[in-house]
Design a protein around this ligand. Structure first.
Ligand code: NAI
Ligand code: MG
Length: 357
């Protein structure tokens, strides 16, 4: 495999954290790296947040690594030109239907959590969110005027069997590489799409994944369980809307935005490889941009996910994860995760430390 990676650093702290990732990838070697513009950086040069040429490069690459987009400089642009549109186009044109959001608590940070240490210590769960269907895209949608003078806002939750099955497959495959447990989350008690979701996932497990344990949970209960006893979960698979909420909720169990990676995966092609975009969960952090303050770990851990899921380089991914762990254990922290008695280090020094480890 050629291992071509398109790097899109983007705006704000994006280029700063991505620079540390590049050093790591250069050290590992064997990648064919190219770089492009996305977001405000692309708008400033091309007048669009994602040029057609960059989109074409993304479709050809084996994986895309993105930093972050957006910032006050571009806030007043019309909707079509906004930096976020660059990211949305990437997700749409690459047909990235499965969004993977791990919630992992590093031992060294468990004590720093605002939650009870024993609640989150050792937490390692993965939320698989359906990303291209459901109520965010369903038709009909719109706001209509009613004869009685009222107005009505409409959205439609729609899922087809194929949409459910393809994201469920991603969840089952992931579970096989983890603790072999999938919890499927919907509201089959009040939603038809939830009934279908539950039926299809149950059928798929019986057909292809009897080695993986499957449970079902209503979304409201899942929100409660995530806060009450999050370690009961291994892989959670859910729709676009519930996944949006539950993944943000799970993220905050782990503490800092600066530690959270993500992956978005598309369909498998004939060769068994899939389009994939890896990015930190955080945004462009304009408040600390250009000051060597950003935590590069979310972006570094996103690159580690890329090695694991796009390139079958589990050993190298494990090395990166362990290096991050060692650095945290040694008390080396950026400002967002620093504890009392520690002196915060900058973005570059954090990159130095991970590289050394
Ligand atoms: P943000 O994630 O950029 O920042 C929220 C807070 O977390 C800030 O105080 C920031 O300093 C801190 N933070 C974020 N990442 C950090 C890191 N790696 N190290 C240390 N501290 C970190 O979210 P915000 O402020 O809501 O949005 C800022 C801009 O980013 C906006 O233009 C927004 O549209 C964009 N954005 C882009 C996203 C993306 O590219 N995927 C996602 C979220 C927001
Ligand atoms: Mg959200």
């Amino acid at each position: 495999m050629s291992k071509s990676v398109l790097i899109l650093p983007g705006d704000g702290i994006g280029p700063e954290v991505m620079a540390q990732v590049r050093r790591l990838l250069d050290r590992i070697g064997g990648f064919s790296l190219s770089e492009g513009l996305v977001g405000g950086a692309a708008y400033d040069v091309h007048g669009t947040p994602l040029a057609d040429d960059t989109m074409a490069q993304a479709l050809k690459a084996d994986a895309v690594l993105l930093g972050a987009v957006g910032g006050p400089k571009w806030d007043s642009l019309p909707f079509a030109d906004k930096p976020e549109r660059g990211l949305l186009r990437l997700r749409k044109d690459m047909e990235l239907f499965a969004n993977l959001r791990p919630a992992l608590v590093f031992d060294a940070l468990a004590g720093a959590s605002t939650l009870k240490t024993d609640l989150v210590r050792g937490l390692d769960l993965m939320i698989v969110r359906e990303l291209t269907g459901g109520v965010y895209f369903g038709e009909p949608r719109g706001i209509e005027d009613l004869p009685n003078g009222e107005r009505r806002g409409i959205n439609t939750q729609v899922y087809t069997t194929s949409e459910i099955v393809r994201v469920a497959r991603v969840a089952f495959e992931l579970a096989r590489k983890r603790d072999s447990r999938v919890c499927s989350v919907e509201k089959a008690n009040v939603m038809e799409s939830g009934v279908l979701w539950r039926e299809e996932i149950t059928k798929l497990r019986e057909a292809d994944y009897t080695d993986v344990a499957l449970s079902h949970m209503y979304a409201d209960n899942c929100a409660m369980q995530l806060v009450r006893a999050p370690k009961q979960f291994d892989v959670i698979v859910t729709d676009n809307l519930f996944g949006d909420l539950l993944s943000d909720c799970a993220a905050m169990l782990t503490g800092s935005l600066g530690m959270l990676p993500s992956a978005s995966l598309g369909a498998e092609d004939a060769n068994g490889s899939r389009k994939a975009l890896y990015e930190p969960v955080h945004g462009s952090a304009p408040d600390i941009a250009g000051q060597d303050k950003a935590n590069p770990m979310a972006c570094i851990l996103s690159a580690s996910m890329m090695l694991r899921y796009s390139f079958d380089m589990a050993a190298e991914a494990d090395l990166i994860d362990a290096a991050c762990q060692d650095v945290l254990n040694a008390g080396i922290r950026t400002g967002d995760i620093v504890e009392s008695g520690m002196t915060p280090v900058g973005t570059v020094a954090m990159g130095d430390a991970v590289l050394a480890a």
